[in-house]
Design a protein around this ligand. Structure first.
Ligand SMILES: NC(=O)c1ccc[n+]([C@@H]2O[C@H](COP(=O)([O-])OP(=O)(O)OC[C@H]3O[C@@H](n4cnc5c(N)ncnc54)[C@H](OP(=O)(O)O)[C@@H]3O)[C@@H](O)[C@H]2O)c1
Length: 332
């Protein structure tokens, strides 16, 4: 049995999803020969450490009852540097101003000899090459499946299953909130403002929806795809971005009369990165409904491969994180 110790930086929806998934998959992991222990957890108010493994049930209850995991106040960076563990899992909020605290967590982890797994887009959208180099220079794994399309394994598919192929282009729908709004507008012939309000009430859209509806979130994901798959060294400023705020029910009705739907499509083709509303034929594989995400990958050997699934959610995102943890554990 291989003991693999991880730390969890952030204990919100995704962090707690990871903890619940580790609890529910305990037997499964043991059968794989992995004894997975969480030795440090932080949130914005403090931290909890146990070098023998934190009682995850207790920490989930404590977070629910008191609003924090804290039993002490050792900082994230202190834990990363001074508590022995193999993998640092960063699930702190996405920050596109300066990437913090995730960026500092990740660079410190590589400096301290920890592998990194993350769902946090900010640092990757801003400083992908630097992070990749820091991992490579230290002989460490850097895995980030959960940063793009939640549960949908785009990077695993391209880097493992499609190894040997040259990817010539990628198109995708990578923002569930926009897809939900466009789907409801088309189905119910409702105006944008009303559907947005409905999405906010259902918790699908944020109170400040700009990050999603203006295409920023989708563009950040496209930047990560471009860097990871095409090695382009792109940043957010290289993406031509148009959001969905100007789409009218009349435009969707016209599209429908032509057997098409309007989707917020991300594309990386011929070195160009674009996020924009586009007409998609109703029977096209990209025409997925509701909050679903989809990625369609054009390759030289395998042709076109399309995968879709849930782009967000606590347990769904934890699925990708656990898969990255297991990948690293198998290679230790
Ligand atoms: N939710 C999804 O479905 C989903 C899907 C894919 C990717 N992601 C990405 O995954 C990450 C986590 O998402 P989430 O939904 O779990 O966010 P969340 O619910 O807001 O949780 C963020 C966690 O980070 C903690 N935190 C904030 N600032 C911190 C700091 N300076 N140091 C340590 N911890 C800090 C928060 O502490 P408090 O608990 O004290 O507030 C909270 O526990 C984000 O980058 C997000 O973009 C989310």
């Amino acid at each position: 049995m291989k003991t693999v110790r991880i730390t969890l930086m952030g204990f919100g929806a995704v962090g707690q999803g990871v903890a619940k998934t580790i609890l529910s998959k305990n037997e499964y992991l043991k059968k794989q020969g992995i004894d997975l222990r969480v030795v440090g957890i932080t949130d914005s108010k403090g931290s909890d450490i146990n070098i023998d493994g934190i009682d995850l049930k207790a920490v989930i209850s404590r977070k629910k009852e008191t609003g924090t995991v804290a039993t002490g106040n050792m900082s994230a960076l202190d834990i990363i540097r001074n508590v022995d563990h193999e993998i640092m899992v960063d699930v702190t909020p996405t920050n596109i101003e300066n990437g913090e605290p995730g960026l500092g967590n990740m660079l410190s982890a590589f400096g301290a000899g920890r592998h990194v797994v993350t769902s946090n887009k900010g640092p990757l959208a801003m400083r992908f090459s630097e992070l990749k180099e820091a991992a490579e220079d230290n002989g460490l794994f850097f895995r980030y499946e959960a940063t793009v399309a939640g549960a949908v394994p785009i990077f695993n598919l391209v880097h493992e299953a499609l190894a040997g192929n040259t990817v010539t282009g990628i198109e995708g729908i990578l923002n569930g909130t926009c897809n939900y709004i466009l789907t409801r507008m088309a189905e119910e012939r409702m105006p944008y403002e009303l559907v947005l309000k409905e999405a906010q009430e259902l918790g699908i859209a944020e109170t400040d929806p700009a990050y999603d509806v203006e295409g920023i979130d989708a563009a950040l994901k496209l930047v990560i795809i471009a860097n990871s798959i095409f090695g382009t060294g792109a940043t957010y400023h290289d993406v031509d971005v148009t959001g969905i705020t100007k789409i009218t029910p009349e435009a969707l009705e016209l599209a429908s009369q032509n057997n098409s739907v309007i989707k917020l499509v991300c594309e990386a083709v011929d070195g160009k990165l674009r996020v924009a509303p586009r007409l998609v034929p109703k029977r096209h594989p990209l025409a997925v409904g509701g909050t679903l995400n989809v990625a369609s990958i054009q390759t030289d050997l395998a042709g076109r491969i399309t995968i879709s699934g849930k782009g967000a959610g606590s347990i769904e995102t934890a699925s990708s994180i656990l898969s990255d943890i297991i990948y690293i554990a198998r290679h230790l």
